[in-house]
Design a binder for this molecule. Structure first.
Ligand code: SF4
Length: 74
């Protein structure tokens, strides 16, 4: 079952970071997984969970703010 695959945010397509941010361990971003969106979960590159889906991060201005100011782009 795909949902049981655990992975890091920096390798996940549901991670949304600032437009010019480096993809790295300490980069902060918003998790835009559909089920987690209501929580405005702000996570670092080395955070992770089992909603992980491999892919490139999305990008939007305000994704790293506390609380995040960007809308999910996916
Ligand atoms: S919290 Fe989970 S679903 Fe969200 S970006 Fe990180 S690994 Fe992906």
């Amino acid at each position: 079952m795909a949902e049981s695959q655990w992975g890091l945010c920096k390798d996940c397509k549901w991670w949304q970071i600032e437009p010019n941010a480096t993809v790295g361990n300490l980069t902060m971003g918003l998790c835009i997984d559909e089920k987690l969106q209501p929580y405005q979960l702000r996570v670092s590159g080395i955070s992770g969970c089992n909603r992980y889906l491999p892919g490139e991060p999305a990008r939007a201005k305000g994704s790293s703010e506390a609380p995040p100011q960007a809308e999910p782009t996916r």
